[in-house]
Design a protein around this ligand. Structure first.
Ligand SMILES: Cc1ncc(COP(=O)(O)O)c(C=O)c1O
Length: 359
């Protein structure tokens, strides 16, 4: 605490990111939902071809080359695409662009358990929120989202950390119940579910879908996120971007992102490997008596048997395996485990057996 902090800085409770290993530390990292496989090999050539002199110039502001490649693979037009420095930034811009701030404003509706950045952004931008509790089985309570009169809706689909997918027919119900407000569907993990609300875009001008290259494209270190929606929503995001930082995506990142997006076959191959490993490990954990809801993401949200979740998290950490533990109401008996390579997941299962007893 410093006496120079203003009231916002004093009072905000920032998002806490998953632990990052120290340089040189050898660990199995299953705590931030990264992709264990490398990005498209074509990325190497982009890096080799970087002209240092080009870095003397600011990058193109709108990430045009990235938007064009995204438009091709997502089946939309470049005017429907916005790019930012990770989907975190795109989410932050969306909160500022579309949800009203101030005590009198109708609240933004979010699930009580979802991506923990949503309430942080809301706090940062003075947007009132109403948290709608997930149902007992951790699914999003679609009926409650439709009944509440809010000033917008934001949720992740599949949701995090629960890993559960909401059917598109339910997403559509929420869109229909909120015709005058933006419904923000955060699809950070959609590639692993094969389901996307983008197919609803022609019908709903209030729909904004965000995505990221951090998970499916193995580029968490690059920081490239995007939003897809009606060109008027995209224009709103550009207005916020240009009131904050006109060049959020650097020149090298734009080149790498465009190249990685174009190699969709590579991406989908890694995605299917990860899904196969996910389903295998889910079965293995279930055999050990764990509760494992059906994941449609690149992680499992699982409640252990044989020892409390926090104890397993701590002992795995001592063995050099990082998973994510949230000491929060309702989910304190669960672990969020990112899907790594088959070898990494076998090491996890072995460690779990040592800690909590196996078959
Ligand atoms: C639901 C959800 N949305 C957004 C993000 C942020 O992704 P990015 O790396 O694009 O900022 C994450 C990251 O874990 C996430 O889980």
């Amino acid at each position: 605490m410093s006496r120079f902090w203003n009231e916002k800085t004093r009072n905000i409770e920032p998002y806490v990111a998953g632990e990052q290993p120290k340089p040189g530390q050898k660990i199995i990292k299953l705590n931030t939902n990264e992709n264990p496989y490398p990005a498209s090999p074509n990325v190497r050539k982009v890096l080799d071809d970087v002209n240092i002199l080009d870095l003397a110039r600011y990058p193109e502001t709108s990430s045009q080359i990235v938007r064009e490649e995204l438009a091709k693979v997502l089946g939309v037009t470049p005017e429907q695409v916005f790019c930012g420095n990770g989907s975190d930034e795109v989410l932050a811009f969306s909160f500022q662009a579309f949800f009203e701030s101030g005590k009198e404003a109708a609240p933004l509706l979010i699930p009580d358990i979802s991506y923990s950045f949503y309430p942080v952004y809301a706090e940062l931008y003075n947007i009132p929120v109403k948290r709608i509790p997930l149902k007992e089985d951790f699914s999003i309570d679609v009926g409650a989202f439709c009944e509440e009169k809010g000033g917008g809706v934001a949720f992740a689909n599949p949701n995090a950390p629960t890993s559960l997918l909401m059917e598109l027919s339910d997403v559509e119900k929420i869109l229909q119940a909120n015709p005058d407000h933006v419904v923000l569907v955060d699809e950070a993990y959609a590639a692993f579910s094969g389901v996307t609300a983008r197919t609803l875009l022609p019908k709903y001008r209030n729909l904004l879908v965000t995505g990221t290259l951090s998970k499916s494209h193995s580029l968490a270190g690059l920081r490239l996120g995007f939003a897809v929606g009606d060109p008027e929503l995209i224009e709103g995001l550009c207005r916020i971007r240009d009131s904050f930082n006109s060049y959020p995506v650097d020149r090298i990142a734009q080149g790498i992102a465009a190249t990685a997006i174009a190699d969709d076959a590579w991406v989908m191959d890694n995605v299917s490997k990860i899904c196969a490993t996910r389903d295998r490990v889910a079965e293995e954990l279930k055999k050990r008596g764990w509760i494992v809801p059906e994941s449609k993401t690149n992680f499992l949200f699982a409640s252990p048997k044989g020892a409390p979740a926090e104890a397993i998290y701590t002992k795995l950490r001592e063995k050099g395996i990082l998973v994510r533990y949230f000491n929060k109401p309702r989910i304190s008996e669960y672990l969020r485990i990112t899907i790594g390579t088959d070898e990494e997941m076998d090491a996890l299962l072995k460690a779990v057996d040592e800690i909590a007893g196996g078959n």
